[in-house]
Write a protein that binds this ligand. Sequence first.
Ligand SMILES: C[S@@+](CC[C@H](N)C(=O)[O-])C[C@H]1O[C@@H](n2cnc3c(N)ncnc32)[C@H](O)[C@@H]1O
Length: 189
Amino acid sequence: MNPSRAPAPRVGCSTALLICAVLVGAAGCLYPGAEVPYVQTPSDVVTAMLRLANVSATDVVYDLGSGDGRLVIAAARDFGARGVGVEIDPGLVAQSTESARRAGVADRVAFRAGDLFQTDLSDATVVTLYLSPEINQRLRPKLLRELRPGARIVSHDFDMGDWVPSQTIRVPSRDPTSTVFLWLIPPKS
Ligand SMILES: C[S@@+](CC[C@H](N)C(=O)[O-])C[C@H]1O[C@@H](n2cnc3c(N)ncnc32)[C@H](O)[C@@H]1O
């Protein structure tokens, strides 16, 4: 077989995220303060996450580590929700703000430059995540403390340790498939 014609290896999003984390970490070019690098959720997985969370026009969707803003913009454009993206890299915040303007949803979304751990989540009804297993575990007490009962959390590929999800789906069009987890905030005791 001509090696130049060999099919390119197919790498899943999480594998890409892990490889990228190692590479950018090693190169020292992770954005200062960022705990994971910027890797995009593919658009079919974005739609699957928002559908799994049953997002509607009454929702306020927060994406923690919002990258180029795609989850928040899709929530507003395709589901009529309002949304907030929190992102440590101000360049990505500027890009997201411009993309929201072009998508015609600038009046329903906001992008903030900041640390997701310092962000008040009390007005969120849906939180979306594509971070890491370790960050999800660290976020868990904050989510349980600040979100209202019935709020939904959806995470691309990474679970929350022993917090069992209400639902887990696989997005079948990808190889390897992406996994999306859903949790509901329980009633306050
Ligand atoms: C894997 S990307 C996910 C981007 C987007 N949510 C998506 O699914 O396409 C994670 C993002 O989190 C941002 N990030 C990492 N640590 C952060 C922190 N402590 N506070 C806010 N954003 C952070 C990174 O800069 C990166 O853009």
